[in-house]
Design a protein around this ligand. Sequence first.
Ligand code: WT7
Length: 665
Amino acid sequence: MTTHPEAASLENLLHEERSFAPSPAFAAQANAQPSLYADAAADRLGFWADQARDLVSWHTPFTQTLDWTDAPVARWFADGTLNAAYNAVDRHVEAGRGDRVALHFEGEPGDTRTVTYADLQRDVARAANALAALGVAKGDRVVIYLPMLVESVVAMLACARIGAVHSVVFGGFSADALRSRIADAEAKLVITADGGYRRGAPSALKPAVDEALDGEGTDTVKHVLVVRRTGQDTAWTQGRDIWWDDALESADTFHEPVWVDAEHPLFILYTSGTTGKPKGILHTTGGYLTQCAYTHKYVFDLKDDDVYWCTADIGWVTGHSYVVYGPLANGATQVIYEGTPDTPHRGRWWELIEKYGVSILYTAPTAIRTCMKWGEDIPAGFDLSSLRVLGSVGEPINPEAWMWYRRVIGGDTAPIVDTWWQTETGAIMISPLPGVTATKPGSAQVPLPGIAADVVDDDARSVPDGGGGYLVLTEPWPSMLRGIWGDRQRYEDTYWSRWKGLYFAGDGAKKDDDGDVWLLGRVDDVMNVSGHRLSTTEIESALVSHDIVAEAAVVGANDDMTGQAVVAFVILRGEHADRAATPEGAAEVQQELRNHVAKEIGPIAKPKRILVVPELPKTRSGKIMRRLLRDVAENRAVGDATTLADASVMTLISDGLTATKSADD
Ligand code: WT7
């Protein structure tokens, strides 16, 4: 494989010798036992069928486990019927656990709400009736564009309850991004809020929905349900817009779940790919729910008295699988928090852990690094002794952050599970099992029991221990995506065309001498910024859609805090080129372009740096050599440039940059 800069800088990880064996006390009580691996290895499909029967309630039991005849589209447990919302809520109430707290909601301003499973059942039933009354039926798509609220969870479950397909769009995405997702899914309904609280102030959401619905391709939307959160003034379209509370108030609290086939679509979630157009990743019901519940139980060692907190927003897959479906299917008690970690102070998370006695925390490396930067005296001011399992997800975790997480947050005892997975995999695939695996700082280590993964070279040959290559999944798994919404060909091309019969994840990986897997970052045009997936091509398209930009190239440069940072190189159109000649002019152009990207995609996609250049490095066939641009962005000597069509381009770029440097830094 081509060695990526990340791979090179992570090389020394493989000489990591620290390892933390599980304590005998933890191992003795752990859900996971070493026999789990042996059981799964002895009969992989039988193992999954057992999980599906143990952890999920079926309306009609299934008799077939896997049907792979339409590969690469899998069918799991296909002749069974079930309902995901019934599994997440009702069955716990029926089992006499209605008084158990499902959600401890904490709003950013400090307002709280305690929601039991019985409360959740009432609300979900009401919302399901309300959706049905608005004409939403089985198979219809509903777009959910909400902050982290109890209603967000209820809205997702209400869709699942009637067999409608939810498509949650992260509240930080722009009106344009929302519009294209509504149009692609041909949604019938949008559920949003007047606004949410962000960094101490109300921040409006509804205007973005209004703008999106003014745009092309959104005529399918008949109604907008609006949750009242901030109470701010909200423009209203009579006949189309309805307050959530009004719709629920008049709705009955009884609702018979719509039993669906195991392969009925549960949700679509858009994620960035290597082209400009986001992909609608499709997940179905039975296999997805099985793997969410299974991984949540074993990877986090969930017990009855645990208080679990996953800090992810429901706008990402982590929020789907590890705030909504996994924990609720397992009847967990969890914390959900609306705001940012530093509002109103930098100890907010640790304060919440102390307040609710959180015992399992699942978060992202970027958050851990930010807390490291703020200093360990902040968490030291709170009682974190309730924590007993710590999870990490979204990007490779560097050993320093891992060690800090373990020592400062985990009191040197809580096992860390570094969990590798993707929107496409639906649930965790590679992770240590607490109580079983001796953990290593920075490695996701081993495929879970039932999961088959490998690291292969360019010719799909399994690399030996100590070798590097591409991460692949070699057998279908229950929560795998069933395709890209409306585009089977793109599904096959993206994931299955590189090597026959192997799922290509897009990540570089290595095996250490023990055969443990180390993830090394993406090997395609996808960036990972603070654990969020962004496409270089998508940001390039946003940049060139601005009048002053002639050409753009985007790279993900290593960043101490966010993992990668978006760095853009732009060529301005003729008459505008002069504007960037002075430091003030360049700063102005950069600001204008940053705002433009925020408008086109969302603030998360804003380039950290925009460098105005006279040329871009291209091969003779016209392909931009991003590798060289990355060298520039990371202040390295530029690597091998012999394949450039015009070798002087890199000098031109470097000289130009020295001249404008003061404007960027
Ligand atoms: C990409 C998937 C999985 C939910 C959040 C992100 C990277 C994810 C890890 C990890 C190293 C990781 C990969 C992957 N990634 N977890 N533990 N170690 N890299 O989901 O937005 O679909 O992104 O995130 O590059 O392909 P996503």
